[in-house]
Design a binder for this molecule. Structure first.
Ligand SMILES: Cc1cc2nc3c(=O)[nH]c(=O)nc-3n(C[C@H](O)[C@H](O)[C@H](O)COP(=O)(O)OP(=O)(O)OC[C@H]3O[C@@H](n4cnc5c(N)ncnc54)[C@H](O)[C@@H]3O)c2cc1C
Length: 377
């Protein structure tokens, strides 16, 4: 079988690895000119972790990953107001976990990849026929394939070409998020004990130490306007500029090419149409509130590859959606119901979260914390 995959992110790469292992002929096209280096820390656990284990990826993921001893909330002066140890966190989510930067997770997948991977290329036009698909690429070439897979993320252009406009499927959750990495020895030393987050209302920055003297910053803030600003770095400085602790230093080091996006979910009535199918965030973005998008993207890709190995294409696409849709819909629902834990919108809720963290001996609180923390909070 010949397959074109649009998008060399976690879902696209995972599918390519699995399909080539099945003996399929795979072309992956990625719009970025080279592997993306900006990213954020992913807590990788659940179905994706189990799929990665079956794919033999775990040793490399743990080598590239980080051991985060604890997550702490700090006030404007850097005093710890509440914290949660890594062991409790791992126990709360019942099982295997690796904290890994997104570019490193993609690196591990690329290392396992035996497919034709073309950077700086995208899908320009698609002829979706009953007997196959003609994929016209931006470099002027065309590939005749049995299947085109849109693995091109939450703003999927393949989805737009085949299924309709983004606004029909995107559910905005009321937050914007950003991430970047920078070098600063003093900041790095201050946060080397684990993941540090501001204990604040409506906006929050998290900082954590990486290897090679680097620090990763992650932000999330509430805003009614879903539109991505023209200059994300300037917006970040505006929104977070008045915060204390290490925030001004981190903002001063923010580069121009930060990761910045709205926090949203994708809900689409059908995941495939003829010889085109969607995977990962393109069809079931759960948002960072669920903290499992990468895991679900990888596991869903592995499931699709298994189905394609066992059945004719049309049946495999139907089986993939039938089996995977209920899993992601449940994660989306839970994520939506956790927004008040995710980022407090009042002093009362902020205090309630502190109390919950202090009381965190009860299993029920473990679960609430797990939900909150996996979203990097
Ligand atoms: C701040 C933050 C924290 C998160 N934390 C976690 C976490 O702790 N755990 C977890 O499991 N998940 C987490 N997630 C979610 C996770 O990152 C995503 O769900 C996951 O990356 C989705 O993978 P994907 O491959 O479907 O899409 P993406 O990672 O978006 O990859 C899509 C790829 O397609 C490429 N592309 C886009 N358009 C085109 C085009 N036209 N042509 C060719 N290529 C194209 C892109 O360049 C990219 O390489 C987090 C997300 C955010 C934003």
């Amino acid at each position: 079988m010949k397959v074109v995959i649009c998008g060399a992110g976690i879902a696209g790469l995972a599918l390519a690895v699995r399909l080539t292992a099945n003996g399929d002929d795979v072309v992956v096209v990625e719009r970025a000119p080279s592997p993306r280096t900006q990213g954020y820390m992913i807590d990788f656990f659940g179905p994706g972790y189990e799929a990665a284990e079956r794919m033999g990826l775990l040793p490399r993921l743990h080598e590239l990953g980080y051991r985060v001893p604890r997550a702490s909330y700090v006030d404007e002066d850097g005093r710890v107001r509440a914290s949660l140890g890594f062991r409790r966190f791992a126990r709360a989510i019942n099982g295997g976990l690796v904290s890994i930067m997104r570019p490193d997770l993609e690196l591990a997948l690329r290392e396992a990849l035996r497919a034709d991977l073309r950077f700086g290329t995208t899908v320009a036009r698609v002829d979706n026929r009953a007997d196959g698909v003609e994929v016209h690429l931006s470099d002027g070439t065309a590939v005749t394939a049995d299947l085109l897979v849109g693995a091109d993320g939450i703003h999927s252009p393949v989805r737009e070409m085949i299924f309709g406009e983004e606004r029909e499927f995107l559910r905005y959750l009321g937050f914007h998020t950003a991430a970047f990495t920078f070098e600063d020895a003093e900041v790095r030393a201050a946060v080397s004990g684990g993941f540090c987050l501001t204990d604040t209302i409506d906006r929050q920055m998290g900082l954590y130490a990486l290897r090679e003297g680097r620090v990763a910053a992650f932000t999330v803030h509430r805003t009614a306007d879903p539109a991505r600003p023209e200059n994300p770095t300037a917006t970040l400085r505006e929104v977070y500029g008045s915060m204390g602790w290490l925030v001004p230093r981190a903002l001063a080091k923010a580069p121009e090419d930060i990761y910045y996006d709205q926090v949203a979910q994708i809900e689409i009535p059908r995941w495939s149409s003829g010889r085109v199918v969607l995977i990962g965030d393109a069809c079931h973005a759960v948002s960072l509130l669920a903290g499992q998008g990468a895991s679900l993207g990888l596991a869903g890709a592995a499931l699709l590859a298994d189905e394609l190995r066992q059945r004719p294409i049309a049946e495999a696409l139907a089986a993939y959606e039938r089996r995977w849709r209920p899993v992601v819909e449940e994660k989306q629902r839970v994520a939506r119901s956790g927004t008040r834990w995710f980022l407090p919108d009042s002093r009362a809720r902020l205090r309630a979260r502190r109390v919950a963290l202090k009381l965190a001996r009860l299993p029920i609180v473990d679960r609430a914390l797990a939900t909150a923390l996996v979203g990097k909070l």
